[in-house]
Design a protein around this ligand. Structure first.
Ligand SMILES: Nc1ncnc2c1ncn2[C@@H]1O[C@H](COP(=O)(O)OP(=O)(O)OP(=O)(O)O)[C@@H](O)[C@H]1O
Length: 736
């Protein structure tokens, strides 16, 4: 009925056609967008719309669902799971029943109820064992035992009490959620986003919520969870995508990323900017044909210090510098012309004449060049002298050195993005017209701007097509025209879209997943986008893999909110069965003797196995072993050492039909995915085979953490293949 009503409203709006004033049209379009979005949401929640019932001691039962629905008389039929009255559904325990006598979990398929599962809080009837039970244990275990699809699902029906505390925690301040693998950190973070948007709609809809994930595969893995929770206005991004117009697609060794991620790069970038403001040691002669003007060091120093004292970013401070220099030149020119003292208005004319003199322009461009972040960074990496001046020496400098890009186009890596952002802060914007007029060699920036424009147009067109398709109007209205109508006034842009295009956007709330992997420079970039410091930081210090990653939350946060952040810990592992977790827990002792693995909620009886392989030649032996582990209708990951990824990926994809290697959408859909630990981070699979664990252990300083991550990706089965001796920490695996 709701869908029919929304559909009718949408039809009404669209039937009004394209006439009327500009304002009429844009209002109509934004209504159309709103109704279409609501309709999409109503379809998205179709599955399992109502999943719970609370029987209360004093009142009528409440039904809990994915969204709230009232009848025409405003009587509540279904309570949105995020509403305060729904809280007991997740929090009530036999010891603290919160007025609830019975909690019922409904399992549905389509519109049919296929199972119910009750928690009784009538204390007299409970045994001790019952009192300690999980919330909706049967429903939870049924959900955990299901085959994995390659996309994360929502858990609104089975959120556990410790997770609910995180989800509903206060919006303000910085909340760290520390938890071992499989404790639901990711899924909880996504539910928190949905909860916050529901509870603080006004504030957050305007400023938006940013969710940062470790890589694009991971974002694809989680992207469907939010619409099914009823939220569409959230920006999912990696750190590498946060700088508009730059695509960080190049790879680089961990050691290089580690230097770029270090907090010291703040000073390096600042010095790199100052390098472009240095005055030459000798006077500078400007030959104007009729006469020559000279800029001596005193004049240059004075202009420079005025510009710096203006405290403006480099590109804006340039006008102060230029004004001072032109003044000095104009006075000299007056003398050279033999005109003695001139009126101020004559001097002004002279200044303007000089400003357009090519020789003066080129001198000014050398003395105080307009700089884009891209030019600054390319110039820095391409010159050992500049790096030296900026404070990079020895092996670090050699790691960062790269030949200047040919044709003006550089290849950026994920670790470059926070540095570009840092540079952008210090440089300030350049008016695009100035950029063109100054005839800078800025092909790269212009190309980036064009690409951004094209991407925005594509997004508009897709949006327009979707709206028209949803409304069944695609044969009546042309998507191009529909999109063009929006373009003029930006009315259709969601908060997330506007935020994505704006480097300086301040988000209402930022959620960071796999946060342990971020470098100090990446944190600076995120903090800049969170002036109100309203953040949820989700991760596991034991799983840190990146060389520039975190070794404690204190180290990450003290520079920004010392003593003002709170931490919650998740302790129960919902992914990995007891038998697998025992193996992983042994490895965890190598990461840190005091670290404790989370408690698993279920047993499968399937003992992890190990098997010796030859490990050389064409790896023909791997095909049958891997094929034998494929889960019918489910997904298997083969996790390999990063240094062997290309070789093993090629061998396995050749031998196993349907297998894919490396990151990307395919890796989520395929029955068998060959991945490195970094690529598998945050994901989960029905079965996992870890190849050459000794190599994974030895591959980096954080090898033990990497092996721990690899071993905790499976929901059902785990096996280990090794050519040398099996590492002693894996002795629980039964040899085959
Ligand atoms: N309350 C719950 N009900 C049902 N499933 C749950 C619940 N909590 C977590 N899960 C499931 O457990 C699995 C692990 O969750 P998630 O990926 O969020 O863990 P994580 O802590 O982020 O793990 P990692 O640190 O390994 O990335 C997912 O399949 C998730 O859906």
């Amino acid at each position: 009925m709701l869908r029919a009503r929304t559909r009718a409203q949408l039809d009404d709006v669209l039937a009004q056609g394209g006439g009327g004033t500009h304002q009429n049209r844009s209002e109509r379009d934004s209504f159309a967008g709103m109704y279409a979005e609501r309709l999409a949401r109503l379809w998205a929640v179709e599955n399992g719309l109502c999943f719970g019932r609370l029987d209360l001691a004093e009142e009528k039962p409440l039904y809990i669902g994915r969204l709230g629905i009232s009848d025409d008389d405003q009587r509540r039929l279904l309570i949105d799971w995020r509403a305060p009255v729904a809280q007991p559904f997740y929090r009530a325990t036999p010891a603290a029943p919160m007025g609830v006598t019975r909690r019922r979990h409904l399992q549905t398929r389509g519109r049919r109820v296929i199972g119910v599962d009750d928690d009784l809080f009538d204390l007299d009837r409970l045994s001790d064992e019952d009192r300690a039970t999980l919330n909706g244990e049967a429903a939870l275990l049924a959900s955990l035992g299901e085959k994995r699809t390659g996309r994360m699902r929502d858990i609104v029906a089975t959120i556990q009490a410790e997770q609910d505390r995180v989800i509903r925690s206060d919006l303000n301040g910085v909340l760290v959620v520390q938890g071992g693998p499989g404790t639901g950190k990711t899924v909880v973070a996504l539910h928190r986003a949905a909860y916050l948007l529901y509870t603080h709609r006004e504030r957050l809809a305007r400023r938006g919520v940013l969710i940062i994930g470790p890589n694009l595969t991971f974002l694809r893995y989680i992207e469907q969870v939010l619409p099914s929770l009823g939220e569409t206005d959230v920006l999912l991004s990696t750190v590498g995508e946060l700088y508009p117009g730059v695509t960080a697609s190049a790879a680089e060794p961990d050691a290089v990323a580690a230097v770029k991620g270090d907090a010291r790069m703040t000073q390096v970038i600042a010095r790199a900017v100052q390098d472009h403001q240095r005055v030459p040691r000798r006077p500078l002669d400007i030959d104007l044909g009729r006469y020559t003007l000279r800029l001596d060091q005193r004049t240059l120093e004075a202009a420079r210090s005025r510009a710096i004292r203006s405290r403006r970013p480099h590109n804006q401070a340039r006008s102060v510098f230029v004004r001072h220099i032109l003044n000095a030149l104009a006075k000299q020119a007056a003398k050279a012309l033999g005109r003695g003292m001139l009126e101020e208005s004559d001097l002004a004319d002279l200044r303007e004449d000089l400003r357009t003199e090519p020789a003066v322009k080129s001198a000014l461009n050398r003395l105080w060049p307009y700089l884009t972040p891209q030019r600054l960074l390319s110039g820095l990496y391409g010159s050992r002298e500049r790096m030296e001046y900026a404070g990079l020496a020895g092996p670090e400098r050699e790691l960062l050195f790269r030949a200047p890009p040919r044709g003006g186009r550089d290849h950026w890596t994920e670790a470059d993005v926070p540095l570009l952002d840092e540079a952008a802060e210090l440089l300030g914007d350049i008016d695009p017209q100035v950029l063109r007029a100054a005839a800078l060699h800025a092909e790269e920036e212009l190309a980036a701007a064009r690409r951004a424009e094209e991407a925005a147009r594509d997004a508009e067109l897709t949006y327009a097509r979707e709206v028209l398709e949803l409304t069944g109007m695609s044969d009546i209205l042309d998507a191009e025209r529909f999109a063009a109508r929006h373009r003029d006034d930006d009315v259709h842009l969601t908060t997330a879209e506007r935020a994505a295009a704006d480097r300086a956007w301040a988000y209402g709330h930022i959620i960071v997943d796999e946060a342990q992997e971020l470098s100090a420079m990446a944190w600076r970039m995120l903090m800049r986008r969170s002036p109100n410091r309203s953040m949820t930081i989700v991760g596991d210090i034991a799983q840190t893999g990146a060389a520039a990653g975190a070794s404690s939350w204190k180290q990450v946060l003290d520079p920004y909110v010392a003593g003002r952040w709170r931490e919650e810990t998740l302790t129960v592992n919902y992914r990995t069965p007891v038998e697998l977790m025992a193996v992983a827990a042994d490895v965890l002792t190598l990461v840190g003797p005091s670290l404790r693995a989370p408690e698993s909620v279920r047993e499968t009886g399937a003992r992890p196995w190990s098997r010796r392989i030859d490990g050389r030649g064409d790896h023909a032996e791997l095909g049958p072993i891997i094929t034998g582990e494929i889960v019918e209708g489910g997904r298997l990951a083969v996790i390999v050492p990063a240094g062997r990824a290309a070789e093993l990926g090629a061998a396995i994809t050749a031998a196993v039909p349907g297998a894919v290697a490396g990151q990307g959408a395919d890796a989520l859909e395929a029955p068998v995915a060959v991945l490195t630990v970094a690529q598998a981070k945050g994901l989960e699979f029905d079965a996992v085979i870890v190849v050459e664990p000794a190599e994974i252990l030895a591959e980096s300083r954080r090898g033990a953490g990497d092996l721990y991550v690899a071993l905790t990706r499976a929901t059902q089965r785990l096996g280990v293949l090794h050519s040398g001796d099996l590492p002693a920490v894996l002795s629980r695996c039964a040899p085959l």
